[in-house]
Design a protein around this ligand. Structure first.
Ligand SMILES: *[C@@H]1O[C@H](CO)[C@@H](O)[C@H](O)[C@H]1NC(C)=O
Ligand SMILES: *[C@@H]1O[C@H](CO)[C@@H](O)[C@H](O)[C@H]1NC(C)=O
Ligand SMILES: *[C@@H]1O[C@H](CO)[C@@H](O)[C@H](O)[C@H]1NC(C)=O
Ligand SMILES: *[C@@H]1O[C@H](CO)[C@@H](O)[C@H](O)[C@H]1NC(C)=O
Ligand SMILES: [Zn+2]
Length: 457
C-alpha cells in the first residue's frame, strides 16, 4: 500500500531529523532484505564439517565470530528478539509454550505459534513496522509471523502444518523458490524465512553426532541453492541476505549420576505448587500456593548443585529476562548437560538448549552478504538484540523503541553514514510508541499527525 500520506511523512522526517542524510523515502533505491534463520545452528557447527557455501558467503560478506543469543535461549523468545530488538523481558514472549498460571493451560510450541495474545504483547516486530512505513513484507514459517499485531498481519505469511517435516531438503528448495517469487512477483521488500534444522537433529542425536554433521551439510547445500536462486532471480545487486539463528545446542549428560530430579528432592512436594512448567530442557517455572513461596524457595535453593533457583526479584538482572509480568514467582535453570525433571523423567533428548547465554554451546551464527555489506569481514561477537537496528537500517525504516544499538553492526556496512536516529534503551515492556525517544517535539508532532492522517485515509 503506497499511501501518499505516509510517504510525505517519511520525506518530512528525513528533512527534519537532526543529522540524517539517509533516505527513508527513496523507494527506488531501497534494497530488499531476506532474513534467514536455521534453528539451533551452534556458532561452531562449520568447524567439523565442510561448508563450502557458507565459506563462500563469508568471503563475499560479513561473518561474526559468534553471536550471543538472548536469555532464555529458546526458539520463540530468541527469534522474537531478532525481529524486535528487545530483550525477552521487554517483548514478553518468554517461553516457547503459551501458559496461563490461573487457568493452568499450557500449549506446545506449534499451537503457540497461532496464539495472537502470546505474541502481540506490546512490541511490534519489524514486518509490521516496515508495513506501516509503506513496505511489503512476508514471513515463511518464522516464529511470530502468522499472527496479527495491533490488528495488522504481514502481507504474505506461510505457517507450517502440525505434522510438518522440518528436515525435507526438497521442500526447503520449494520454499526458497516461493520466497524468490514473493520478491520478484509480489514486490515484497522484506521476508523472514525459517528452517527448523539443525535444531531437531541436534536435539535427537546430540550436537556431536554424525547426523548433526550431515544436517549441517544439508544446510550448507541449501545456502548454496539460495544464493544461486538470488542470482538467477536477478536480485544479487538489490537484495541483502542475513543468515542467523536463535541459539546453539549442548550435549545432555543423560547418564550422569546426579540427574536433576524434583521427585527426589527432600523437603519439596508438588502439593505446595499451584502451577508448574518443568520438563522443558534446562528451564523451569513455578507458582507456589498462596503463602508458600518462602517454604518452596527454601526447599529448592540448595536442593541440587546443578540447579539454580531464584525468586523473580533475585533473578540475575543482567540476563534481562525476569522483569516481566509473565514470569512466575520462582524460576530456575540448570547447568549445561543437565535438564530439569519434574514429577517423572520424561526427557530423552541427546541435545538441549535453554541454558545461560554465556555458555559457549549456546552461542550461534551471524552471516550477511549483499550490496550493503562489506566483503570478507569477520567481526567480533555481539548480542543478538542489536540485529534489529541493522535490519531497520538496511530497509531504511525508522525502528521502534528497542534495546539494541545501531553502532554495534554499522561497521559491517559499506556505507555506514548515519541513518534515522536510534532510540535509547531500555524500553518498558508495554511500550508501543510510534517513534523512538529523543526526537524533537516538532518531528514527533508532525509524524504523529501524519500517522493519524494515514489512519483515516
Ligand atoms: C488466564 O486464565 C484466567 C482464568 O481462566 C482468565 O481469567 C485470564 O483472562 C487468563 N489470562 C490470559 C492472559 O489469557
Ligand atoms: C501482555 O500479556 C499479559 C498477560 O500474559 C497481559 O496481562 C498484558 O496486558 C499484556 N500486555 C499487552 C500490552 O498486550
Ligand atoms: C497464516 O498463514 C496462512 C497460510 O499458511 C495464511 O493463509 C494466513 O493468512 C496467515 N495468517 C496471518 C495472520 O498472517
Ligand atoms: C530439610 O528440612 C530439614 C528440617 O527443616 C533440614 O534439617 C534439612 O537440612 C532440609 N534438607 C534440605 C536438603 O534442605
Ligand atoms: Zn530454536
Amino acid at each position: 500500500m503506497g499511501c501518499p500520506t505516509v510517504l510525505l511523512a517519511a520525506a518530512l522526517l528525513t528533512l527534519l531529523a537532526p543529522g540524517t542524510g539517509a533516505p527513508i523515502s527513496r523507494k527506488a533505491s531501497r534494497n530488499k532484505l531476506l532474513l534467514v534463520s536455521f534453528d539451533g545452528f551452534r556458532w561452531d557447527y562449520d568447524q567439523d564439517v565442510d561448508t563450502p557455501n557458507l565459506d563462500a558467503m563469508a568471503l563475499d560478506g560479513v561473518k561474526a565470530r559468534y553471536m550471543t543469543p538472548a536469555f532464555v535461549t529458546m526458539t520463540s523468545p530468541c527469534h522474537f528478539t531478532l525481529v524486535t530488538g528487545r530483550y525477552i523481558e521487554n517483548h514478553g514472549v518468554v517461553h516457547n509454550m503459551f501458559y496461563n498460571t490461573t487457568s493452568k493451560v499450557k500449549l506446545p510450541y506449534h499451537a503457540t505459534l497461532g496464539i495472537r495474545t502470546w505474541w502481540d504483547n506490546g512490541s511490534l516486530p519489524i514486518w509490521i513496522t516496515a508495513q506501516k512505513q509503506g513496505l511489503r513484507t512476508g514471513s515463511f514459517f518464522y516464529p511470530g509471523g502468522n499472527v496479527t499485531y495491533q490488528d495488522t498481519a504481514v502481507t504474505l505469511s506461510e505457517k507450517e502444518g502440525v505434522l510438518h517435516n522440518y528436515a525435507d531438503e526438497k521442500a526447503w528448495r520449494t520454499n526458497i523458490d516461493t520466497v524468490m517469487r514473493w520478491f520478484t512477483e509480489e514486490g515484497l521488500d522484506l521476508v523472514t524465512l525459517y528452517f527448523g534444522e539443525p535444531d531437531s537433529t541436534g536435539h535427537k542425536y546430540g550436537p556431536e553426532s554424525q547426523q548433526r554433521r550431515d544436517m549441517v551439510m544439508q544446510v550448507d547445500r541449501t545456502v548454496g541453492y539460495l544464493r544461486d536462486r538470488i542470482r538467477s532471480s536477478g536480485l544479487e545487486g538489490s537484495l541483502n541476505l542475513v543468515i542467523t539463528s536463535d541459539h546453539g545446542m549442548a550435549t545432555v549428560n543423560k547418564k550422569a549420576p546426579d540427574l536433576v530430579e524434583f521427585h527426589k528432592f527432600p523437603n519439596f512436594t508438588f502439593k505446595d505448587i499451584a502451577f508448574e512448567l518443568l520438563d522443558y530442557g534446562p528451564s523451569g517455572m513455578l507458582v507456589p500456593k498462596e503463602g508458600l513461596l518462602e517454604k518452596v524457595y527454601t526447599a529448592l535453593k540448595g536442593a541440587h548443585p546443578r540447579l539454580h533457583v531464584y525468586t523473580k526479584e533475585s533473578f540475575p538482572a543482567s540476563l534481562r529476562y525476569a522483569n516481566n509480568p509473565r514470569i512466575t514467582p520462582l524460576l530456575m535453570f540448570s547447568d549445561p548437560g543437565y535438564v530439569i525433571h519434574g514429577r517423572l523423567n520424561v526427557q530423552f533428548n541427546n541435545g538441549e538448549h535453554g541454558y545461560h547465554n554465556e555458555v559457549m554451546d549456546m552461542k550461534t551464527i551471524f552471516r550477511a552478504a549483499g550490496p550493503s555489506f562489506k566483503r570478507g569481514l569477520e567481526v567480533e561477537p555481539f548480542e543478538s538484540v542489536h540485529v534489529y537496528e541493522l535490519l531497520c537500517r538496511l530497509l531504511g525504516i525508522v525502528p521502534e523503541p528497542n534495546d539494541g544499538s545501531l553502532g554495534v553492526l554499522l561497521p559491517t556496512l559499506r556505507d555506514p553514514s548515519p541513518g534515522p536516529p536510534s532510540p535509547r534503551p531500555p524500553t518498558p515492556p508495554s511500550g508501543s510508541a510510534l517513534l523512538p525517544r529523543g526526537w524533537s517535539p516538532l518531528v514527533m508532532g508532525l509524524s504523529v499527525a501524519t500517522v493519524l492522517l494515514a489512519k483515516v485515509a
